[in-house]
Design a protein around this ligand. Structure first.
Ligand code: NAP
Length: 462
């Protein structure tokens, strides 16, 4: 670690996902005398790449080689297992150590459908479901009901496709991925056979990217069946957008598909809006979903017909988008689920909040692919660089002071070396299963692998 001195700037990036790590890299690349701490509440870095990118999207995860660059060699400090804010280390206390804070904590709240029955057991947001199969410590005990042949996945974005694909793959296919052992066991005993993807609009309106849609067609052990009320056969105007045209061509081709002897089926059901989740039994768990049939009128608007049908499902996953969690002390726009900002500067009532910045999904909403965060982070870092000379110096800028304050607060951070121990343990577990890695998902086990101590968060000895 190079020598740090108090005449340098210090910036904390909260969130070690792609947006935070692109911001750290941009701060480093500026050549300015800036020390950067990347803080994450989890003991592992990479955020959505680790906990959102589908396990079978192995190539997509190779972006990690780029994202880890600021830590190797160690130009940037990683402080993992350090929750900031409510219940953790106070944001105000962090501000005593840094000139600026870049918030890069993403959008972790599942949006709701707002229909009756949505809170039944077995009705889940995609955030929770995806986090479960990706081995996120918050969701290890989710135990999604996979004991029924039917599942509904609501939404026409890439997350809906990820969820459908994972459910339609065989356990042997998933064994080659990094899913934790208990997730693989659950998938191995899964009774799921029919995955119904419910799309409220038409095939010309889906938000899938063609490469992701193609993967549904390429599933080795599942048929893809299109249910579009004859819309495509009747002819749909070619959309202007190239990707939408590619989607439409693929979907049109698939209308000719018939069920084979494949063990599973992915049903793409267009013009269907969920209106109620049905429940049964004393525990009140999902037993079906009522959908309203829609039609496209002469003006191209999608309208409900009032006609409903019931699908026999035991699990509903809504993949209809996310919102950010509000950050105490910062303004929040509940309508967009983001922190109001101007090019990354947090703005309250039209005025920038000194030293507070956002990047990634918390800044622009849950859109774009991983690479989108690079340009986004560069814009925010540009604002940070412009402001740094005018920001007040922090009271306690030395790196040792932040460490000491965390220790006083009972927090023992997982630094980069400690993370590499956890990383090595995951690679070791992967070797036992013939996979590149197998995730360690329980917080206590993560900390034990990283720090040699199962104690959470992690209090310092004595
Ligand atoms: P998204 O792309 O915004 O899709 C959300 C979907 O939910 C839309 O189809 C929307 O339909 C539907 N929806 C919203 N409210 C609904 C409601 N009340 N009832 C029924 N349907 C509703 O969001 P996402 O799938 O969560 O993805 C988030 C971002 O991550 C996207 O940019 C995505 O491309 C990206 N991502 C990329 C990958 C990849 O590259 N492999 C993987 C995962 C995610 P309407 O269109 O009718 O509004």
């Amino acid at each position: 670690m190079e020598q740090r001195s108090s005449d340098r700037y210090r910036v904390a990036v909260i969130g070690a996902g792609p947006s935070g790590l692109y911001a750290a890299a941009a701060l480093l690349a500026s050549g300015e005398p800036i020390d950067v701490d990347v803080i994450d509440r989890l003991p592992a870095p990479y955020g959505l790449v680790r906990y959102g990118v589908a396990p079978d999207h192995v190539k997509m995860k190779s972006v990690i080689r780029v994202l880890r660059k600021p830590f190797e060699p160690a130009h940037v400090e990683f402080l993992g297992g350090v929750p900031i804010g409510e219940g953790g280390f106070p944001l105000d206390a962090l501000r005593e150590h840094v000139h600026a804070v870049v918030h890069a904590t993403g959008s972790s709240v599942d949006r709701a459908l707002g229909v009756p029955g949505e809170d039944l057991a077995g009705s889940l947001g995609s955030g929770a479901f995806v986090s479960w199969y990706c081995g996120h410590p918050d969701h290890v005990d989710l135990d999604p009901p996979l004991d029924h042949p039917g599942v509904a996945v609501v939404g026409a974005g890439n997350v809906a496709l990820d969820v459908a694909r994972v459910l339609a793959r065989t356990a042997d296919e998933m064994a080659e991925t990094d899913v934790p052992g208990p997730v693989l066991d659950a998938l191995r005993s899964s009774a799921v056979r029919d995955v119904h993807v419910l799309v409220r609009r038409g095939p010309q309106h889906v938000r899938f990217t063609p490469a992701e849609l193609r993967q549904i067609g390429d599933l080795a052990h599942a048929d893809v069946l299109v249910h579009d009320d004859g819309l495509l056969a009747a002819g749909v105007d070619a959309p202007e957008d190239r990707r939408q045209r590619q989607n439409l061509d693929m979907l049109t081709e698939w209308t000719a598909n018939a069920a084979t002897r494949a063990p599973r089926r992915v049903h793409l059901r267009f013009l269907r809006t969920p209106v109620e989740v049905l429940g049964t039994g004393t525990g009140g768990r999902v037993s079906g979903i009522v959908v309203e049939r829609n039609a496209i009128d002469a003006d191209g608007r999608v309208r409900g017909t009032g006609e409903t049908e019931v699908l026999d499902v035991g699990l509903v996953v809504r993949a209809i988008g996310y919102a950010a969690e509000p950050i105490p002390g910062l303004p929040f726009d509940a309508a967009t689920g983001t922190v109001p900002n101007a090019a990354g500067r947090v703005v309250r009532d039209g005025t920038p909040v000194p030293g507070a910045y956002v990047t990634g999904w918390i800044k622009r909403g849950p859109t774009g692919v991983i690479g989108t965060n690079k340009g986004d982070a560069q814009e925010t870092v540009q604002a940070v660089l412009e402001d740094l000379p005018g920001l007040p110096a922090p009271a306690r800028p030395e790196p040792a002071a932040l460490r000491a304050a965390l220790a006083e607060h009972g927090v023992r951070p997982v630094d980069w070396t400690a993370w590499l121990r956890l990383d090595a343990e995951e690679v070791r577990r992967g070797g036992l299963r013939g996979a590149e890695r197998v995730k360690v998902a329980r917080m206590a086990e993560m900390l034990e692998s990283a720090l040699g101590s199962p104690v959470g968060g992690a209090p310092t000895p004595g």
